[in-house]
Design a protein. Sequence first.
Length: 336
Amino acid sequence: MDVISSYALGGDMGNIAREDWGADWLDAFRTVGLMRPMGRQFSWFMNPLLNNLSPEVVQWISPETAKLTKKLQYPIEIIQLATEERQKNGGDSKKDGILPANSRTIFQDIVNSDLPPSEKTPERLNAEAGLALGAGTETTARNLAVMIYYLLHNKDVFDKLHAELSTVMPTADSPVALTELEALPYFSAVITEGLRLSHGASSRMPRIATEEDLVYKQWVIPRGTPVMQSLYLHHTNPQIFPEPFRFNPQRWIDDPKLKPRYLMAWGRGSRSCLGINLAHAELYLTIARLITRFELELYDTVWERDVEICHDCFIGVTDLSSPGIRVKITRDALRD
């Protein structure tokens, strides 16, 4: 969350500096996620209801959701200040602005763009802020956690990755460029296999051809028909991925044609993930630094409870009793 809030709003939420690492944010987002199945089936009822509930009623229904609503006042305040400055400065919020010109952010570019005023209201921008924070937080966090789990659970994979990383990061504090990490074939295969098995966005996401009928083999799909696919079922299809629940990065190296055709973690086409490059950078840089600096071991983590997807709340959710994937740091190379 600190990363995406920096890129979107120009200031991080400070969760890493907190003793609990922003656990209340995580709890709030997950509470909202658990409401998604109901909202998706009955959007005509749930969406207006939630949008018009008073803070007192929200607090009574779900204290965690009330906390999230209150927390989201932070981006609202920044957006409102930026909008007011834009009006005060004759349409240019870069003049002594809340969002400094030397650190471009998503919302600075929106506010300074040529979009019509209706696209820059605080309400519209707040909705975009909530989307950016939500989409850029839990998905990447789950990817990281699941990848670390599988690496620690598969010593042969871990050892092979550690040996490859040592070629560009010989010491725990070696500086390394993202491009160097992306050029490592086994590391890239580990990232790809982790994306396949972390099931970030588990919900079926509709795609609609509005201007033409679609033809698939002998069937004609009329224009305007929602077409959806389950990424979870696709990524665990044994006809495409033999032993689908086995963490096997080598499969992507043995068959180079597999990734461009069958990896769907980011979606495809014009509706694919907008934050793919940022998320990739987070995964490569974070895992590389964790693996080379720390010695880690899993702590009270069970695949069936803490890793396996049990609920589809847009984001795949594990058993509700799960405390999460947990590890112990047994050695810090920079403190020896």
